[in-house]
Design a protein around this ligand. Structure first.
Ligand code: HEM
Ligand code: HEM
Length: 184
């Protein structure tokens, strides 16, 4: 039997957790560029290539978020970095769960809105996914606005704060917090 030492517990996230963390960051960057470049969606807008790419990348991010949450719940969380004040440990924990929440709520609302608009959600032209709502289902018009607002404001603001905290630890505090999420 392997006895866990405190240095094991400190050793940070698993390779899979790191890969998923940075892959989702990369896909989100692509997703925001597409979102801002795609045409304004009006009542009679037909989905063009950019809109279809937005739907496909969005569902891909949702799929990776599911895998990532599954991994997170089935693996031991590394112990907080040594010497951090409790308020920082607590706020990082709350931030991480809020980010997880948005990684689900934002794409699901997008998918609901695509269904509401009657857009087929076709994954990179390979296969079509089911609709989450009937086209123009009464009472679901808001899904598009809330999707865009949560992505453009809540998600960008929280990711910004989260990244700023990581960079503060690395460049100002010069502790090992960022290293816990870096390869190696
Ligand atoms: C985490 C993943 C996602 C992010 C970050 C994201 C981001 C965004 C953003 C920022 C906008 C607003 C664009 C603007 O500023 O005008 C938008 C609009 C939209 N997105 Fe997403 N999106 C994601 C996933 C999805 C998914 C999975 C779908 C559908 C399968 C989707 C469908 C839509 C639709 C239909 C709109 C237009 C909404 C409207 O204007 O009424 N999105 N998205
Ligand atoms: C430049 C951007 C980013 C940097 C520098 C960064 C950095 C980090 C670092 C250093 C950790 C480890 C913190 C600790 O050990 O307590 C971490 C964890 C985490 N990050 Fe980020 N991150 C970035 C972007 C993102 C994005 C875009 C998301 C999701 C929307 C995200 C979600 C998370 C979550 C949920 C955790 C907790 C660990 C886990 O469950 O995987 N991060 N990040």
């Amino acid at each position: 039997m392997k006895i866990m030492t405190s240095s094991d517990a400190q050793s940070g996230y698993t390779g899979t957790a790191k890969l998923l963390h940075w892959a989702i960051l990369g896909l989100l960057a692509v997703q925001f560029v597409i979102a801002w470049a795609m045409p304004d969606i009006k009542r009679d807008t037909q989905p063009d290539t950019l809109i279809n790419l937005h739907l496909s990348f969005g569902v891909l991010i949702l799929g990776l978020a599911v895998v990532r949450l599954g991994w997170r719940l089935s693996h031991r969380e590394p112990e907080p970095h040594d010497g951090l004040p409790p308020w920082q440990v607590q706020s990082a924990r709350i931030m991480h769960w809020l980010l997880y929440l948005l990684l689900f709520v934002v794409p699901i609302l997008g998918w609901m809105n695509a269904s509401w608009r009657g857009f087929p959600v076709n994954m990179f032209g390979l296969f079509e996914l089911p609709k989450l709502l009937a086209t123009r289902a009464p009472g679901f018009r808001w899904t598009g606005d809330v999707h865009g607002l949560l992505a453009n404001y809540a998600m960008l603001a929280l990711v910004g704060l989260h990244a700023a905290a990581a960079l503060y630890h690395h460049f100002v505090r010069r502790d090992g917090v960022l290293q816990r999420m870096l390869p190696g």
